[in-house]
Design a protein around this ligand. Structure first.
Ligand code: ADP
Ligand code: ADP
Length: 240
């Protein structure tokens, strides 16, 4: 039973760009699926259509027997984004807040930011945030400002922040594209740990093929908004 079924997914932006031209594939529970493709091939659009950061213009995304493209109220979409978390290329932390506060913010991201501004976090919220910071090896930085950390450290904080929602799926949009090669491996190793130890299904956009072969359990390639390869990372040369 797949955790996600993507059927004929289409996205045409208001300016007429057809970013996805009918993409279909299944995502298996627990897999580490990597999406590859040149810049502009539709990778980021695809991820954003899976958690409704963007609204698809056609097709279906089946998650727990429900077509998420049909969700319409903001509370339904918030609910979806708790179950399908996301991290980004540029980390998107709040720079002048502490690492701990950034992680706690994840718990409130889809409720109210006032609670966080007022510092109304419970001890159990803090303990949970620290648990996730420990998982990504960065608990000792909890009280440092986010903008004092290196890029790789900031991405690990972003992973911890996403985990506070207890997601079943984690979307990673070019998570290592702005990091140096050594740091890429560290961040990817933590994503793998999240995948293996917590059983969270990971769907990750990457453009370094060397990383794909190491981390992916399965690969999908996009070209011009169409799926051109699906299969084993060992054979990705066929994708081009
Ligand atoms: P990738 O992640 O593979 O680089 P994107 O999904 O970002 O590809 O982009 C796919 C296509 O859609 C590109 O032609 C891009 O310029 C276009 N695009 C992306 N976002 C938007 C947007 N918000 N409005 C209009 N066009 C967009
Ligand atoms: P990021 O690193 O956050 O993915 P991008 O440069 O890919 O940054 O995109 C930044 C924003 O611009 C995104 O919201 C994306 O949807 C939008 N965008 C990308 N390409 C286009 C485009 N051709 N026209 C309009 N908006 C675009």
């Amino acid at each position: 039973e797949p955790i996600l079924q993507i059927k004929n997914l289409q996205k045409t932006y208001p300016n007429g760009v057809q970013a996805l031209k009918g993409v279909s594939f299944d995502v298996k529970k627990g897999e580490f699926l990597v999406i590859i493709g040149l810049s502009g091939s539709g990778k980021s659009t695809l991820l954003r259509c899976l958690n409704r950061l963007h609204d698809p213009t056609g097709g279906e995304v089946i998650f727990h027997k429900e077509d998420t493209t049909k969700l319409s109220t903001s509370s339904e979409i918030r609910g979806l984004r708790k179950k399908i978390g996301m991290i980004f290329q540029h980390f998107n932390l709040i720079p002048r807040h502490t690492v701990l506060n950034n992680v706690l913010m994840g718990k409130l991201a889809y409720t109210s930011t006032w609670k966080s501004i007022l510092g109304l976090f419970s001890d159990s919220d803090k303990a949970e945030a620290l648990k996730y910071l420990k998982l990504v090896g960065i608990a000792e930085k909890a009280h440092i400002r986010a903008d004092q950390l290196s890029g790789g450290q900031q991405q690990r904080v972003a992973i911890a922040r996403a985990l506070t929602q207890n997601p079943q799926v984690l979307l990673a949009d070019e998570p290592v594209a702005s990091l140096d090669p050594a740091t890429c491996h560290t961040v990817m190793d933590y994503l793998k740990k999240v995948n293996q130890e917590l059983g969270i299904t990971v769907i990750c956009n990457l453009h370094f093929l060397s990383l794909v072969r190491i981390y992916a359990t399965r690969v999908i390639a996009l070209k011009g908004g169409e799926l051109v390869y699906e299969g084993d990372p060992k054979n990705i040369d066929q994708a081009w």
